[in-house]
Design a protein around this ligand. Structure first.
Ligand code: ABU
Length: 868
């Protein structure tokens, strides 16, 4: 009996022993205006947990767990201040409970210095998963990164590949987006636009619009979210073309509660906010155990917890009125996390107390310098595992994070409807459907929007209405040139062709054909050309026009050059080669064909060399020039058209072009000069030089206008083609008309009889007669000389005779005198003899008037002569 009494007294004594007070320090964001003010519902939930812990017979039975709390307003500065107050002010705190990410980051980093375990119920920042920086931190709130796999899975579901992001400048959101970027990249989804803002999101939203953002993830606290939504409304970034993803833990009426809109001076009306918010998606980690009837570790079901929480909230005047309208205070969603955070701390402390008790210590022995007890607490926290109001609670040793389900909601008719769930552990997206198997998601445009405006290339090619007529004209020109080529060779025996240097004209025609052929690749529809063939087709006009120009213009240039050479040469050295037809001078000289050919050959060779060097060193390739987009005429389709021009360019295109223009320009200018200089010169062997000169004028002027203009309009295929092809066709046709058509017309008009050819015969006869006359005159001259010689001789003879006669007469006179003196009879004999003969004396006269008297002296054989 006595023994029974002693035992009873002992038991009564023990029972009467007061439980030891241990304290938790807590910060709750309640009255702030920025960030998350989830303490409003989380503080009552934590208090509820404390009540349940203290009531529980299995937990901390020798202790009473109390909470000393302060409002940190989700402000890191205030949070730090609250921490120091709570730590430095008695009583001793064993653990810290904290809320939003901003404050949790500050507190958890500092608390480890006091060997304090921190548990955060409302911090989602992925930055908090860094065990090195936050070694004593645990949190019941899932990391915001749990939303990212969910988001990426939804992006994949709707084949959205180009995502934009707008975030408030807070570490929690920055780190969440870093993680989203990693997740997206792993799935080949591009986060192509990331906008950050601090207070005013207008510029950031404007940038999103400007950059054609369509699928946009917004990460911000509720207050900036309202500002963003108003900007969305102002910029009309809602409706069928846009999809917005917001954070899911905002209050259900965050976008339309009048008091918020008024307090925060939101520049949009409630109706506008509702209109802009309609259809947006939210992702949210499941913070409430979905089985509301399941009994949790605390002995409560989720439903009972909810009931008790609401009852507690209703006792608070601040929330009573809104609760009456079924509007929950901020943090209601996270309330189970706060409850489970306290419960987890209690469990860890309970185990720590058990361990300490075995070592003859208790929790009250803990102080900020007691690392040993702190380590036990830390270890026990890591091992906590229980079924909480928020679901299964356990902490990852590496990060202290929770794994959780996420739900996807859409605002349909101002109400959040759960449209799907995502299980991070199994990577499984469950998309809710109605009884007919249709997805619950509602699309404003009847179908999921595109992730970008579809920009369709509008390839600007030469319009067929322009191409085909010019192609037809070019082909006619080619046929005409071929006919003229035949005529030029078939009738090359005719003077009009023979003296026009037909072989040179053949080269002109060949050049014209090449130039006209260039029209084909110049305006061909390049979209049908394969990439391999593109450089060939795009460089073909350059080759054809260059070589064609060198052949055609080069031949004409060479002719004019020769005419100029002959003219200048004749002036200085060969006046005799100039003939006058009427008053016009005509140079008649030999034109050696090889000189013409070699010059044209040099020009063509230079061209081929230049083009070959261009092609080898810096080949032409496709370059796409894009222009400002324009809207599709069909407003229903989300399409814009982007005009594009495919051009043929080298890397150093302008240098090559400059060299080409310089070289060809020189030819053109020189051609012009020579044509002008030889405008009135006629060379018989180049009878068409003046027509060629006229052709050179035309070609030179047209080319000089066309070349610079094409540089300016090179991005306009129709204009460029029209300009180049017309100039090409015009030059070719003009050359044909000036140089060849007159010959053809002449031959047609004079099929067998060429008046100019008769002129030729007459001229030949005249020349022959002239030569004969010359010969006769020469002979005459020689004869004259002969006669003069002979006259001279006659004169000499006459004088000689006269002298002889005189001498003879003198001798006779002397003889007669002698005879008369000696013998008078002998003197008479002579006269008698002559008379007797009776023969008459013959009298003869020479051409020169000399009279010769001849007679026979009787008895003598000699016939004396007498000259008178
Ligand atoms: N669910 C509230 C999260 C608040 C924060 O991370 O700051």
């Amino acid at each position: 009996m006595f023994l029974k009494l002693v035992v009873c007294l002992y038991l009564a004594c023990v029972a009467a022993k007061e439980p030891q007070q241990i304290y938790l320090a807590g910060t709750f964001p309640i009255m702030g205006s920025e960030g998350w003010q989830g303490g409003q519902a989380c503080l009552p939930a934590a208090e509820l947990a404390l009540e349940d812990v203290n009531r529980s017979p299995h937990l901390l039975k020798d202790y009473k767990l109390s909470l000393t709390s302060k409002d940190d307003m989700c402000d890191s500065g205030l949070g730090a201040y609250a921490l120091y107050q709570l730590i430095y002010k008695a009583p001793q705190k064993v653990m810290i409970l904290s809320g939003c990410s901003t404050v949790c980051t500050t507190i958890a980093e500092a608390a480890s210095q006091w060997n304090l375990v921190t548990v955060c119920y409302g911090a989602s920042s992925p930055a908090l998963s860094n065990r090195n920086r936050f070694p004593t931190l645990f949190r019941t709130h899932p990391s915001a990164t749990v939303h990212n796999p969910t988001r990426v899975t939804v992006f994949n579901k709707y084949k959205w590949q180009r995502i934009s992001v707008i975030q408030e400048a807070e570490e929690v959101f920055a780190t969440t987006l870093d993680d989203l970027e990693r997740e997206a990249k792993a799935q080949n989804i591009e986060i192509f636009n990331r906008q950050i803002f601090k207070d005013d999101p207008s510029a950031a939203v404007a940038n999103l619009k400007r950059q054609d953002a369509r699928i946009i993830v917004g990460l911000f606290y509720p207050k900036p979210a309202r500002k963003v939504l108003c900007e969305i409304y102002k910029r009309k970034m809602f409706g069928p073309k846009y999809v917005w993803f917001f954070i899911g833990w905002y209050e259900d009426d965050w976008f339309k509660r009048k008091s918020y809109l008024e307090e925060e001076k939101i520049e949009c009306t409630q109706e506008q906010m509702i209109e802009a918010a309609e259809g947006h998606f939210t992702t949210e980690a499941l913070m409430w155990n979905q089985n509301t009837q399941e009994i949790t570790a605390s002995g409560r079901t989720v439903a009972q917890f909810n009931e008790s929480l609401l009852a507690k909230l209703r006792q608070d005047d601040r929330y009573a009125s809104t609760l009456a309208r079924n509007l929950m205070p901020e943090g209601y969603l996270e309330a189970p996390l706060a409850y489970d955070a306290v419960w987890a701390m209690a469990l860890a402390l309970n185990e720590t107390a058990r361990i300490l008790s075995a070592q003859g210590m208790s929790l009250v022995d803990y102080n900020y310098d007691n690392k040993a007890i702190a380590d036990i607490m830390q270890q026990q926290m890591e091992e906590v595992k229980f079924l909480g109001i928020s679901g299964s609670v356990a902490f990852s040793q590496e990060t202290g994070d929770r794994m959780a389900w996420t739900k996807i909601e859409q605002l349909i008719n101002q109400k959040y409807e759960v449209v799907g769930y995502y299980d991070q552990r199994t990577n499984n997206l469950t998309w809710n459907v109605d009884s007919e198997g249709n997805e619950l998601v509602v699309w404003a445009g009847g179908k999921p929007p595109q992730d970008r405006t579809i920009i369709l290339p509008d390839l600007q090619t030469v319009s067929p209405g322009l191409y085909y007529p010019l192609l037809g004209i070019s082909l006619i020109g080619i046929i005409a040139a071929l006919i003229l080529l035949v005529v030029n060779n078939k009738f090359n025996y005719r003077r009009i062709i023979m003296y026009s240097h037909p072989s040179c004209n053949n080269l002109v025609l060949l050049g014209i054909i090449l130039c006209l052929l260039a029209t084909i690749p110049l305006g061909i529809d390049i979209q049908w050309i394969s990439d391999d063939m593109f450089p060939v087709v795009c460089s073909a006009p350059k080759w054809l026009l260059s070589i064609g120009f060198s052949l055609g213009y080069g031949s004409m240039f060479t002719k004019i050059w020769r005419v100029h050479r002959i003219a200048t040469h004749t002036k200085t050295k060969g006046e005799d080669k100039i003939k006058y037809i009427g008053k016009k001078p005509m140079i008649n000289t030999q034109v050696v064909p090889w000189k013409l050919w070699s010059m044209v050959g040099c020009l063509v060779a230079a061209d081929i060399l230049f083009l070959a060097l261009w092609t080898i060193i810096d080949p032409l390739h496709k370059q796409i020039h894009k222009f400002d987009t324009y809207d599709s005429p069909d407003t229903e389709e989300d399409v814009k058209y982007e005009p594009q021009v495919w051009v043929c360019r080298s890397d150093y295109h302008n240098i090559w072009l400059g060299l080409t223009y310089a070289y060809k320009g020189l030819q053109l200018i020189l051609g012009l000069f020579l044509a002008y200089e030889t405008r009135s010169v006629k060379v018989k062997q180049i009878n068409d030089s003046r027509l060629v000169g006229m052709s050179i004028y035309n070609v030179a002027v047209i080319c000089m206008i066309t070349a610079p203009v094409t540089l300016v309009i090179s991005d306009k295929p129709n204009a460029t083609f029209a300009f180049v092809a017309l100039a090409d066709v015009f030059c070719c046709f003009l050359s044909l008309a000036l140089v060849f058509v007159p010959k053809l017309v002449f031959i047609v008009r004079h099929p067998g009889h060429d008046p100019r050819e008769r002129e030729d015969d007459d001229e030949r006869k005249k020349l022959e007669q002239e030569a004969k006359l010359k010969q006769i005159l020469k002979e005459n001259e020689e004869l004259q000389k002969d006669i003069a010689d002979k006259d001279h001789k006659i004169e000499l003879l006459r004088k000689h005779l006269a002298m002889k006669k005189e001498q003879k007469e003198k001798e006779e006179r002397e003889k007669k005198m002698l005879e008369e003196q000696s013998d008078n009879n002998n003197c008479r004999l002579r006269n008698v003899g002559l008379d007797r003969a009776g023969e008459p004396l013959t009298r003869q006269e020479s051409l020169r008037g000399i009279t010769v008297l001849r007679g026979q002296v009787p008895g003598q054989d000699t016939t004396p002569e007498s000259y008178l």
